[in-house]
Design a protein around this ligand. Sequence first.
Ligand code: HEM
Length: 167
Amino acid sequence: MFLKRFNSQKESIVNIAGNAKLDIPRGTEIENQVQMIGLTKEDLRIMNRLQPIVIEKIDDIVSEFYKNLENEPSLLTIIHDKSSIDRLRKTLKKHISEMFDGVIDQTYFEKRIRIAQIHVKIGLKTKWYMCAFQDLLLSLTTIIEEHIEDRVEAFLAVKAVTNAGSV
Ligand code: HEM
């Protein structure tokens, strides 16, 4: 059980090393963004520590994500016109798993720009992207709540996920 695992001192998300890389171009807007939200290497280390519990639940997260989109018919029309649920399930799974690598570097930003451009190209309205993103964040915070009993550690995990999701 992960709950137990993340409650013992030995398996704490804070006290155990995880992989992290925060490599941002100096003197750029990206650096300002990172400073504004207070994203740190520690957040990324925590993200990496959370990766196994997220991967364990990834099928549920992705199913919930697309089930929620069914509430808005215009989104299903876009998906069926431009892609397919099956294809998007695969890309979203990979994307979520990579979010928890704990690495934010040039490649990370290039991927984010490409994803943003794709969504603009398919005509996805910002409000729907934000709703979908919030739904995803809720799934991730629910997993944290279920797996991390210690209040402070759970808070640090939520902070890391929301921070990393903001760049
Ligand atoms: C949290 C919100 C979302 C995330 C993280 C996300 C993530 C992604 C990713 C990683 C890709 C693949 C980009 C690539 O090929 O490099 C993609 C493509 C796409 N997304 Fe999203 N997406 C989100 C919201 C949505 C929503 C709400 C729709 C609803 C219409 C949507 C529809 C699509 C479509 C049609 C593509 C193109 C896929 C293709 O080329 O076959 N996405 N998305």
